[in-house]
Design a protein around this ligand. Structure first.
Ligand code: URA
Length: 302
């Protein structure tokens, strides 16, 4: 459960060429980071092989082809109501219809995020819009190199329309500052944009419905590192079967972007001894940013 300097001066036109290449080919990722990711891939490939061998040993030789939800359940077709309110002109599963097709410069970065916020405010893809006070899209810098992804807005966030402003948010701000960054220089968002009543854990179908917005946010912001906070954000970006206790601190990847999962600040509030592990993970995040030559916020993506 949730609660569990880039110099994009508008006058300078599009983002540096290397940034565009990064998205297309990840070709300029510095050697060390690349090696780290290659090692991680090799580790994951080995783990996958072991997993498959384990399944075989249990007599399972094939997995269902059927699309599954975040929790591994078969995906049911959208309800009649959801079909009625789906806006096919602006929405697809990848969120790509919300991402500008050409190079993203400072101007269309801001415009694209404004359009996305508008779509979130109109969204009725799941019933949470009925009980929310405000949709909660993001906080921080749209041109941040570091993005934190949490679970879903809580009470405070719902009232203010800003992510991570309650008790867990205050801890997150301290964690960011302990890394030597400012909260306003990173980009903060959640898997769900609307508060689940009573801060309950997001339902798989709510995550499915909201995920295109998160995907679009990441495609627009194009961070150098993503730090996922807690089990729900890890499942949303890394796969339904990941376990945060197992993968925390491990370098993973989402669409070619390095990802470090760590514990959710709300969990850390309930389990202070786990803070030392989260701190290890955050140091890893910082190291990945430093390998690429910059801090968390504006300062040139090149
Ligand atoms: N917990 C989250 O995951 N996100 C918030 O915005 C607040 C609390």
């Amino acid at each position: 459960m949730g609660h569990g300097t880039k110099n994009h001066d508008m006058s300078h036109g599009p983002r540096p060429m290397s940034q565009k290449l990064r998205i297309a080919h990840v070709s300029h990722v510095p050697r060390l980071e690349f090696m780290l990711m290659r090692n991680e891939r090799a580790r994951l490939a080995k783990a996958l092989k072991q997993h498959i061998e384990g399944l075989n040993a249990l007599g399972i030789s094939a997995l269902p082809k059927e699309r599954t939800s975040m929790e591994g359940q078969p995906v049911s077709p959208p309800t009649k109501e959801a079909q009625l309110v789906l806006r096919p002109d602006c929405f697809d599963e990848s969120g790509s219809a919300l991402v500008p097709s050409g190079p993203i410069d400072q101007l269309n970065l801001v415009e694209a995020l404004a359009k996305l916020s508008k779509e979130v405010s109109l969204c009725q893809r799941c019933p949470l819009y009925r009980t929310r006070t405000h949709p909660v899209v993001s906080d921080g810098s749209p041109s941040a190199r570091l993005v934190f992804v949490g679970e879903a807005p809580g009470r405070e966030e719902d009232l203010r329309g800003i992510p991570f402003v309650g008790a867990a948010g205050q801890l997150l701000t301290k964690m960011i500052e302990a890394m030597g960054f400012k909260r306003q220089d990173v980009y903060i968002c959640n898997v769900l944009k609307d508060r689940p009543p009573g801060n309950r854990t997001p339902l798989p179908e709510e995550m499915e419905a909201c995920l295109p917005f998160l995907k679009a946010q990441l495609a627009i912001v194009q961070p150098r590192v993503i730090c996922v906070l807690g089990a729900i954000a890890a499942k949303a970006l890394l796969g339904p079967h990941v376990a945060i206790t197992k993968i925390r601190g491990t370098l993973m990847e989402y669409e070619g972007i390095p990802v470090i999962p760590t514990f959710h600040p709300a969990y850390l509030l309930r389990n202070p001894p786990a803070k030392k592990f989260a701190w290890e993970d955050l140091k890893r995040v910082k190291q990945l940013l430093e390998i690429q030559g910059q801090g968390a916020g504006d300062g040139g993506r090149g």
